[in-house]
Write a protein that binds this ligand. Structure first.
Ligand code: NAI
Length: 350
């Protein structure tokens, strides 16, 4: 295992497995609050730089997400860079990944993410205990975390609208990406009486969700221009940039995608346009809450209780933002900094 030095992360490990057609990158951003916790993404990146950038920014986001959700764990993420798709033997890849985790001795705990599944995590579990996102057993939480992420985004959206005294019933929401989270979110929104406009690059997927929930379909390139109340990015990161922000018609942006702001300046751009942006890592913590409580052997009832708290947390951040005349993403960042600093002090005093 080779260690990559950075100024920003506690440790970043690289394991090249040309024989398996992949390179593993495991980024531990911070273990100040506990072991680094965050999923494993498997993707065909164009270059190692691109894969590393993703591992670094996603793991940093996990530190913020886990700190603000008061989970008592740090932030990490791993990326499995698929270099030779034709060569991939998932059993061999996830066995090797499990061995890397075991070697890290509990400093990093993984779960599924984009491109990885419950089945993959079961293979990892054969090598190490440092994995979650496994099938539920009895009353214990477990399985695909996406429905919990969708529920958390739903609560976040409800809370954001409530700050202006508006209910979700009768509001219109544009959902970009109707996958595991976006599809689940559409179901919750339709049930709550919201109107839906949806887009997905998969025509089958979008047609299926539209037929089930009576949603209107927009072209993927035009979803940000829809005249709706709320925009919910549930596909890719970095979608909020100078170009897209100029086209947004919605008053609120609340979605599941990680790292939605292309740069911190884009948080300012949204605020300048009067768009209320709920930071992604506040809204989309439902999934990590589910896998962590599963790891701790807790029940679905506890997961639901903790996911529900995302609503009041969003309300608090938006209230403070309004009182202080700051953008919500700045308020959330200050809260994270405070949590991390307080823990550093406790550790030193202890
Ligand atoms: P997914 O892969 O099931 O769904 C993503 C959907 O977006 C797919 O249907 C895909 O066809 C569509 N898509 C891709 N590019 C698009 C584009 N340009 N326009 C419209 N649609 C497009 O992924 P999942 O699990 O639903 O996650 C969605 C996002 O939420 C990701 O960014 C992920 O990192 C994030 N997230 C997911 C969590 C989870 O529990 N699954 C937890 C926290 C964040």
């Amino acid at each position: 295992m080779f260690e990559i030095q950075t100024d920003t992360h506690e440790a970043v490990y690289r394991v090249d497995r040309a024989d398996l057609g992949v390179t593993f990158l495991v980024a531990l951003h911070s273990t100040r609050l506990g072991p680094a916790f965050g999923g494993a993404r498997m993707w065909r990146y164009g270059s190692e730089d691109e894969a590393l950038r993703d591992a670094l920014r996603l793991s940093e986001g996990m530190t913020y997400k886990n700190a603000l959700a008061e989970l008592g764990v740090g932030g990490g993420k791993s990326v499995i860079w698929v270099r030779e798709p034709g060569k991939i033997d998932r059993r061999a890849v996830f066995t090797a990944f499990g061995q890397i985790l075991e070697e890290l001795g509990g400093r990093y705990i993984t779960a599924e993410d984009v491109g990885t599944s419950v089945g993959d995590m079961q293979i990892v579990r054969e090598q190490t205990l440092n994995v979650a996102g496994l099938p539920p057993e009895g009353d214990r939480a477990g399985g695909d975390p996406s429905p919990w992420t969708a529920l958390g985004v739903f609560h976040a959206m409800e809370a954001a609208l409530a700050t202006k005294g508006r209910p979700l019933a009768g509001a219109t929401v544009a959902v970009q990406g109707c996958g595991a989270v976006g599809g689940g979110l559409c179901a919750l929104l339709a049930k709550a009486g919201a109107g839906l406009v949806i887009s997905d690059v998969s025509e089958d997927r979008v047609a299926q969700i539209a037929a089930t929930h009576g949603a209107r379909v927009a072209r993927p390139a035009a979803i940000f221009e829809e005249p709706v109340d709320v925009l919910a990015p549930c596909a890719l990161g970095a979608v909020l940039n100078a170009d897209s922000i100029a086209r947004i018609q919605a008053s609120y942006v609340v979605g599941a995608a990680n790292n939605q702001l292309a740069t911190p300046d884009d948080g300012e751009r949204l605020a300048a346009r009067g768009v209320l942006y709920v930071p992604d890592y506040v809204a989309n913590a439902g999934g990590i809450i589910s896998v962590l409580e599963e790891y701790r052997g807790q029940s679905n009832e506890l997961v639901e209780e903790k996911v529900r708290v995302i609503g009041p947390r969003v309300r608090k951040i938006l209230q403070v933002a309004e009182q202080q005349g700051r953008a919500p993403y700045q308020v959330a960042q200050s809260l994270v900094d405070k949590i991390l600093a307080a823990h550093a002090r406790t550790t030193i005093e202890a």
